[in-house]
Design a protein around this ligand. Structure first.
Ligand SMILES: Cc1ncc(COP(=O)(O)O)c(C=O)c1O
Length: 384
């Protein structure tokens, strides 16, 4: 594991911009911008794309997803969003729930998770249990304490999107598997920015929007599906996910056999040349950096930011429960209303939620950004 030097040269981020808001949107790599443009060019001149590329590019994306995540590529489906992945999980697992069953999630869970299971709860009579936010940031204990014999499904992130407080997914998985509960994750805020051991956790489904930490273009994500669900019905019946789809002359023979693995869950028109090309170049770069090195580097950045926050009197998430990549901090006094607009005016980009601030750095950041953040925060807070 090593700390990577600033990778700013790979992004289109001017020197005077301190962008610390990956939890909102990741920046595209320059390589992805070029790849997307190449994809658009293919569509401008359709005769330049060989029919086989319709299938080979999504397969390349799938293969890279498998390599980056350390699992067989067959377990990944290509989806447009976290909500699509979660809807797939709900279509498969929803009918297995019944009145009296509990679906457990964290308080203020992201709406894509809550709304998906709310519909399942309404349709089945299952009950949604939201685990209260723990005062000491220890979500793992809070989740384990909230589980009951009626907990049939847990739909969780690896860290809370609002402040990065982490969940020990292995401990939670052990408890879930012990009582045969289904385990669904939304890793939008952590996949590739923090290790996730698929073989150890054994999730049923893992949905991820790719446009933040995976540096994908907006509109492209991934869905991990455990092999025990590879025979389940997908959301859509696209022709592209059937055997022999590439034999265009035989399309009207209507194949009744799905392609193997999780491919049946791929979205229709999965060959989007722009998005898929952009996603491939992002994953190639992530593979080159290495998830462990990304993790190590981002941890050093969040630690660096935590020191600044403590200096200016903010209270970051308890060190033991911090994720590597997102750091929330609350203020003991009322934060100035114009704090974030003031920072934005200085080209320093962070997020605010209520009386808390959220910082989410990435590999493009440099020491200069942290120095500017410190000065900007001190100045903005001194106005209150
Ligand atoms: C935890 C989490 N999940 C999912 C999303 C995005 O969801 P979707 O891909 O359904 O738009 C976000 C966006 O902020 C998020 O923070």
């Amino acid at each position: 594991m090593s700390i990577l030097p600033s990778q700013r040269h790979l992004f289109d981020i001017p020197d005077d911009v301190a962008y610390l808001n990956l939890a909102y949107q990741g920046p595209l790599l320059n390589a992805s911008v070029s790849a997307i443009a190449d994809g658009a060019q293919c569509k401008a001149q359709p005769w330049t794309t060989a029919p086989k590329d319709f299938f080979s590019y999504p397969e390349k994306l799938r293969e890279l997803l498998g390599r980056v995540c350390g699992v067989h590529a067959d377990r990944f489906a290509i989806v447009p969003s976290a909500s699509y992945g979660l809807a797939t999980a709900a279509k498969v697992l929803g009918p297995k729930l019944e009145k009296g069953d509990q679906i457990l999630m964290v308080a203020e869970t992201f709406p894509s998770t809550y709304l998906t299971w709310k519909r399942v709860a309404d349709e089945t009579g299952a009950e949604i249990v939201m685990v209260d936010a723990p005062g000491d940031d220890d979500w793992t204990s809070a989740i384990l304490n909230a589980m009951t014999p009626a907990t049939r499904l847990l739909s969780l992130p690896q860290c809370h999107w609002a402040n990065g407080a982490v969940i020990n997914v292995e401990d939670v998985a052990d408890a879930a598997h012990k009582q045969g509960a289904y385990l669904v994750f939304d890793l939008t805020q952590t996949l590739t920015a923090m290790p996730f051991d698929f073989a150890r956790v054994k999730p049923d489904f893992v949905a991820t929007a790719g446009y933040k930490w995976m540096l994908f273009p907006y509109g492209l994500g991934s869905l991990y599906v455990d092999p025990k669900w590879h025979d389940a019905a997908p959301l859509e019946e696209t022709w592209m996910n059937r055997e022999e789809a590439h034999v265009f002359e035989k399309l009207a023979d209507y194949s009744h056999v799905y392609q193997p693995g999780a491919r049946r869950f791929d979205l229709g028109e999965k060959s989007m040349p722009t998005l898929v090309y952009g996603g491939i170049s992002a994953l190639e770069q992530i593979l080159d950096w290495g998830v462990e090195n990304i993790t190590e580097t981002l941890s050093s950045y969040t630690m660096r930011i935590a020191n600044v926050l403590e200096e200016v009197g903010l209270v970051p998430v308890t060190e033991r429960f911090r994720s590597t990549n997102i750091l929330g901090a609350r203020s003991k006094t009322r934060l100035p209303e114009d704090l974030v607009p003031n920072l934005t005016a200085q080209n320093i980009f962070i997020s605010r939620r209520g009386n808390s601030l959220r910082f989410s750095p990435y590999l493009h950041n440099s020491e200069e950004d942290f120095v500017r953040l410190e000065a900007g925060l001190k100045e903005a807070l001194s106005r209150s």
